[in-house]
Design a protein around this ligand. Sequence first.
Ligand code: CU
Length: 246
Amino acid sequence: MSVEKHQFRLIIISIILLMTTFASIFNWFQGLGGTGAHADKYDDLFTLYWTLGTIIGGAVYLYFLYLLTTSPEDNLEESMEIGELPVIRDNKKVAGAITIVVTLFLLILSESTFDSINFFEDPETTDDSFTIEVTGYQYYWIYEYPNGASINSATGESMKIPVNVSVIFEVTSGDVFHSFALPDHRIKIDAIPGRVNDGWILADDVGIFPIRCAELCGDEHAIMMSEVEVMSLEDFSNWYNSEENL
Ligand SMILES: [Cu+2]
């Protein structure tokens, strides 16, 4: 069966689409760039969705190529009657197999998604864990610790937390809607006036990571930036118990 001009064009377009998909696969193998317990969870979930999505996408694409390179007449019985479905559209085994595979995929995705939601909603705390009260203002954050220590991000000082200790954030706003986001730790908590939303992280890498406002909150929203400094437990206790904080 010869490939006609329009089919040839469609094949070229789909090859270009596939190439851009391969480019994203290549990026994915470079790593997703997250850190901490949430990033592992999110990135595993993303990889699962992505893998199953790719299998479905690949199957649809192969079927598309099959339709493109075969003519409907090839699949028709010689003595078709008006209203009769072509055999290819009435294959119960194929329909059954597709239903089972799709159901299985949806079950796997639901199970993993609910498992992740439970993980995000229930902090895995230890005796060292503590809560930081975060309040958003146009255009800075205030971080308040249980011992009264307070950091204002407008001064350029970073929020400080210890490594390998779960930290809970209780987030609110003193003026308009903001959103407290730690992109590398894969957490984003809405900061709403008159309401406290919570979330938690378990940082497992020492270093300085970005904090961003993820809700358009005014004309300086884009520069409402801050940082979190993840410190060794010893460095953190030295800072936490230092004179300026007592
Ligand atoms: Cu903001």
